[in-house]
Design a protein around this ligand. Structure first.
Ligand code: HPA
Length: 267
């Protein structure tokens, strides 16, 4: 990790990134055309950086600027279901934290449990439930991290409000809700979806929670944005496939770009 940090520091040439952006399923196309002064480095070229194995995740680190903000962007994330340990999943966020980011924007695709939500909606995450059966902070306390971070305000209210304003100014309908992280890679059973619904959960996915826990242990403010790519298991009336997630994501690119561009300008 020290190697990764030194390598990236040299690439940014003293411009400390203030915002970290993790582009999950559905969001990977974002930075190609939207950042200024972009430098794209494949994860494989960064010493000590883990590789993304999910085909729709590009596996690039994008260093760029949006308005006044230097941004460090992961085009593709790591998941526990790829076989990575929790420590490996969050290692890239640790790099961002050590580089000095103050805000982390995490994005993902999820299945809707809330029956009012439709495929293609964007949801701001207001809270989460960790069903991964693991926690990235287990083990020795790392320097700069809290042992017992408070999770009452895991998702920053001011950032949620800014995202709502950004969405409204672009005419994008926005949802808000609670996200549950399942380890995956199997989708959920109908019984699991019934259980989650009874717990007041709105959407389900296979990521994000580890990164948010680590960010909060560093005191980094977090915003979570989820693309509702499908209705969850028992609610969709058909079998779920990863292709469906990708197709909805492709159709939602305009909204995603509109929201992220407007939001990043306002931070
Ligand atoms: N379940 C879990 N993860 C997901 C889903 C889903 O329905 N859709 C996209 N990611």
């Amino acid at each position: 990790m020290t190697d990764s940090i030194a390598f990236i520091r040299e690439k940014v040439q003293g411009a400390t990134p203030s915002i970290g952006l993790i582009l999950g399923s559905g969001f990977n196309e974002f930075p190609d055309s939207n950042f200024e002064e972009t430098l794209t480095v494949p994860y494989r070229d960064i010493p000590g950086f883990p590789q993304s194995t999910v085909p729709s995740h590009k596996g690039n680190l994008v260093l760029g600027r949006m308005g006044d903000n230097p941004v460090i962007c992961m085009q593709g994330r790591l998941h526990k279901y790829e076989g990575y340990s929790m420590k490996e999943v969050i290692s890239t966020v640790r790099v961002m934290a050590e580089l000095g980011i103050k805000i982390l924007i995490v994005t993902n695709a999820s299945g809707a449990i809330n029956t009012n939500f439709d495929a293609g909606d964007l949801m701001l995450i207001t809270d989460h439930v960790n069903f991964m059966g693991d926690n990235p902070l287990i083990g020795p306390v790392e320097e700069g991290c809290l042992r017992y971070p408070d999770m009452t305000q895991a998702y920053d209210q001011e950032l949620i409000s800014k995202a709502e304003v950004a969405a409204e100014s672009k005419g994008i309908k926005i949802r808000k809700g609670v996200y549950v992280a399942n380890p995956g890679p199997s989708f959920e059973t109908p019984a699991e979806i019934r259980a989650y619904a009874s717990m007041g959960i709105d959407a389900v996915g296979m990521s994000t929670v580890p990164e948010v826990i680590l960010a909060r242990s560093y005191g980094i403010r977090v915003l979570g944005i989820s693309l509702i790519s499908n209705k969850a298991a028992r609610l969709c009336g058909q079998l779920l496939t990863a292709e469906e997630v990708n197709e909805t994501a492709a159709a939602a690119q305009g909204k995603i770009t509109g929201l992220l561009t407007e939001l990043l300008k306002s931070l």
